[in-house]
Design a protein. Structure first.
Lengths: 244, 334, 285
């Protein structure tokens, strides 16, 4: 469904993302993990059209989306959320979600119904008339999810929807994401916290210093010495091997 | 639904009141003041579409007015085209200018202060051009013939212009009401609130902003014809006056940006202030000094304008009712 | 004719540079656009005018009075006006300074009437003969004085502690706050210096120009054009931009006529913003 090959991004002399290849198949939940500053969000920004790739190809549903504007990519069915939540602060929750729902209809009644339905899916039904600027962190994360979901995407790009949440809230949002997948939406998500994606994703890619260092099922990736090093620092892998 | 119906009834009642008002107002002076209020409110609404709803402030909104005024006036004086057709051309001229300015500025990513200033520069550019070329009458200006008649959009009595301005006002309010209820309006508001998020949700932000400035331009163009046919004279300082640009944004900000009735309320309040100031000390500049203070106070303390102050009160009562409901249900889920 | 136009442009360009310097300094440090810049310039022209009219002080000597007065005015109006009211939002500041310019302009209209005022000095009509043109004393004095003030400003910014503090705030305001610099004070000082530039410029401009309540409108777009041309926040850019605009204006007037000649400024402004918004010399203060 999504195919990224040889994608590279440089900022000045710094290579933020270096020749990354990855793919997401229809119906999967795929995660991209890595420590802070690994280039995850930059990669996402390129996939969603917010940044231009310096090199490489991105295709979505066999269509090359290099050089497309974010709204065009969104219209194709690949919709992103933001790590730093970007609510329409002056609007209510309902109005926020309706903006997403308008993606497929110009009828405000249809958009309203769709928004209410989506709000129910993500558990925001009781907050519909609440101003978005008054939402809690968890509320804002859900709102990001809801707005994107209201566009009826084929593929959702979720940028750290769990960051900043407490364990209960994480459990809740994991359940929401699973239920979204159950409706046939493919999900590609970025997480900083490894544990959170372990029981959620079918496959995982690990990015470190702009390069992919591992991929596979979460459990194999978690045992990969390179991954452990990336997360825990130099020498950690040997230490762990020595221990066991 | 009943609340909506009630609002509709209020709206209709207000409209009817304004329509029959001339029958009860004997003084030509008050008819003229009301005409001017409607006209300013209409221009304010044109500014509001781009500035209030889409969040793109312009300091050169007068350019559409001036261009429309010249379009229909030149058609009339040079080619004898009646203003009732001329106004259509003026509308298209304004929209076209909106497209050009919008395409150039928004495409290169100008926003905030930079967009405000570039519109100022466009208005200034047009003023200099109008001053320098032959067919606008240059610095001498254009004199239009007094020839009352519907095809000339001229009227023998102030009441005629009153209804003309009222019609423009109704159209502008209809446009704003449509924005409030339509997808396009929601998209403009989304752009105002957060352009990246809007883009991520599939909104073609560039196109929406260009459409918004084209609507503004079309409305300004019609206003130009109105003005030219009412005052029968046009020169570059009038057509591209920075003061009118400022007045458009002033009435909207004072009344409430991004609201249907903000421009009308703002125009009403400012004209009343103006008349009162003139009543006490009739020296040029005084009412504008007051406007300047009002603008600063509103920006600093009432960012949502006079309407916002009123709405906030409503919201507070709403919110406390909601809180009560929540605590009743024991729903602490955020 | 052309050399004369270029020299005349240079003369005015130096004063433009001074006006733009104030604007670019304020932008570079505070990241705000002072829309009331033109109105404040007009005020200092009036200050110089009244000092001449009522106390018979030569405008060039008034520099010593108007400049510090303008600094104090700028400091106070930022510290207790703009800074407090804007709450840090970019568009708010633009609109508040717009409100300020409306107030200043119309107060001038209210108190001083709309009449154009000029001063006539004993040496107003004396001139250097350059062979191909006459260059009046006031133009030359203004030119030299503007350059001297620019040099002083440069010295202030690069050699004094205050200058270092200002540059520190411009670069990294949070960091400056952490090391104990009173950022609000520095902001107000910077604003004051920016307005002080206008005070000096007003005194130099009066003998070769006129003043009325709308004089500021003429210069506000000029100043913005210079600043975007030179790069927002760049002092060198403001200087060079001032000369470029001064020459563009006088040469444009020569080639296109008095009326159409003014088109150069808004055209340059639009083209720069659209095609090279960082300006020609886009370095920071």
């Amino acid at each position: 469904m999504l195919n990224v090959s040889g994608v590279t991004k440089r900022f000045g002399g710094l290579t933020a993302v270096s020749s990354v290849d990855l793919n997401v198949q229809e119906g999967e939940i795929v995660s991209l993990i890595g420590p802070n500053g690994a280039g995850k969000t930059t990669l996402f920004a390129m996939v969603a059209g917010f940044l231009k790739c310096d090199e490489g190809q991105v295709t979505f549903d066999q269509v090359s989306i290099n050089g497309m504007k974010p709204h065009q990519i969104s219209k194709l069915g690949m919709v992103r959320t933001f790590q730093i939540t970007q609510p329409f602060a002056g609007l209510t929750t309902l109005e926020n979600i309706m903006v997403g729902a308008y993606s497929n209809t110009s009828d405000s009644e249809v958009a309203r119904e769709k928004a209410e339905k989506v709000a129910e899916t993500v558990g925001m039904k009781s907050l519909l008339s609440q101003g978005a600027d008054g939402l809690t962190v968890a509320g804002r994360k859900r709102l990001e999810l809801a707005r994107a979901l209201a566009t009826d995407p084929k593929l959702l790009l979720l940028d750290e929807v769990m960051a900043g949440l407490n364990p209960t809230e994480i459990d809740e949002i994991v359940a929401v994401i699973k239920s979204i997948r159950a409706t046939g939406v493919t999900i590609f998500l970025i997480e900083h916290v490894m544990k959170a994606v372990m029981n959620l994703s079918d496959r995982t890619y690990v990015l470190n210093d702009g390069k992919l260092i591992a991929s596979g099922t979460p459990s194999t990736v978690a045992e990969d010495p390179q991954v452990i090093e990336a997360y825990l620092g130099h020498g950690a892998a040997e230490a762990m091997v020595a221990k066991s | 639904m009943s609340a909506l119906g009630k609002n509709m009834m209020l709206l209709l009642a207000g409209a009817v009141l304004l329509m029959v008002a001339p029958a009860f107002i004997v003084s030509k002076f008050y008819i003229d003041v009301l005409t001017l209020i409607f006209f300013t409110a209409y221009l304010g609404q044109s500014w509001n579409i781009l500035g209030g709803y889409a969040g793109q402030f312009s300091f050169g909104g007068v350019m559409f007015f001036g261009t429309g005024a010249y379009a229909s006036s030149i058609l009339l004086t040079t080619f004898g085209v009646p203003p009732i057709i001329g106004i259509v051309v003026a509308i298209f001229a304004g929209a076209l200018l909106g497209f050009i300015v919008g395409f150039m500025s928004f495409r290169s990513g100008l926003k905030g202060s930079y967009f405000a200033l570039i519109t100022l520069a466009f208005a200034e550019l047009l003023r200099v051009l109008a001053n320098s070329v032959e067919f606008t009458g240059g610095g001498v200006g254009l004199f239009l013939k007094y020839a009352p008649g519907l095809s000339n959009l001229q009227f023998e009595t102030p009441t005629g212009f009153y209804y003309f301005a009222l019609l423009l006002l109704f159209i502008s309010i209809a446009i704003a009401l449509w924005l409030e209820r339509s997808r396009f309006g929601a998209q403009l508001v989304a752009i105002r609130e957060n352009e990246d998020a809007a883009e991520a949700l599939g909104i073609n932000t560039l196109r929406c902003k260009i459409y918004a400035i084209m609507i503004m331009g079309a409305m300004g163009g019609a206003a130009g014809t109105f003005y030219a046919q009412k005052y029968l004279y046009l020169d570059p300082p009038i057509a591209y006056s920075i003061h009118l640009s400022v007045e458009m944004l002033l009435v909207t900000i004072v009344g409430g940006m991004g609201t249907v009735f903000g421009p009308l309320i703002g125009a009403f309040v400012l004209h009343v202030v103006n008349e009162i100031a003139r009543h006490f000390i009739d020296t040029p500049g005084l009412s504008l000094i007051v406007y300047g203070f009002i603008l600063i106070i509103i920006i600093s303390y009432l960012p949502n304008g006079l309407i916002g102050m009123f709405k906030k009160k409503l919201k507070q009562t709403d919110a406390s009712a909601l809180d009560k409901l929540k605590s009743d249900q024991g729903d602490g889920n955020a | 004719m052309l050399p004369a136009a270029i020299i005349n442009g240079l003369m005015f360009g130096a004063i433009y540079a001074l006006v733009a310097l104030g604007l670019t300094l304020i932008y570079g440090v505070l990241h705000i656009i002072n829309f009331a810049h033109g109105a404040m310039l007009m005020l200092s022209l009036y200050a110089a005018f009244f000092l001449f009219q009522l106390a018979n002080i030569d405008p060039y000597l008034s520099i010593a009075i108007v400049t510090p007065a303008a600094f104090i005015f700028g400091y106070l109006i930022y510290r207790y006006g703009i800074g407090v009211l804007s709450k840090g939002k970019d568009q708010n500041i633009l609109l508040i300074t717009l409100g300020l310019s409306i107030i200043i302009e119309n107060s001038a209209l209210f108190f001083f009437s709309g009449d154009q005022q000029t001063v006539s000095l004993s040496y107003s009509f004396e001139a250097f003969d350059l062979g191909f043109m006459y260059l009046s004393y006031p133009k030359v004095i203004s030119f030299v004085a503007a350059l001297v003030i620019c040099a002083l400003l440069w010295a202030l910014m690069s050699l004094t502690d205050m200058g270092r503090a200002i540059r520190a705030v411009a670069k990294e305001r949070q960091g400056a706050r952490l090391v104990g610099i009173n950022v609000e004070h520095i902001f107000a000082v910077t604003f004051g210096i920016g307005i002080a530039c206008l005070g000096a410029a007003g005194c130099m401009m009066l003998p070769i120009f006129y003043v009325d309540p709308y004089t500021g409108n003429i210069f506000v777009l000029v100043a913005f054009t210079i600043v975007v041309l030179g790069g927002m926040g760049s002092i060198i850019g403001a200087l060079l931009g001032g000369f470029i605009i001064g020459i563009t204006e006088s040469v444009g007037g020569l080639l296109l006529g008095e009326s159409l000649g003014q088109i150069g400024i808004s055209l340059i402004f639009i083209l720069i913003l659209i095609f090279k918004p960082t300006g020609l010399f886009g370095s920071k203060v």
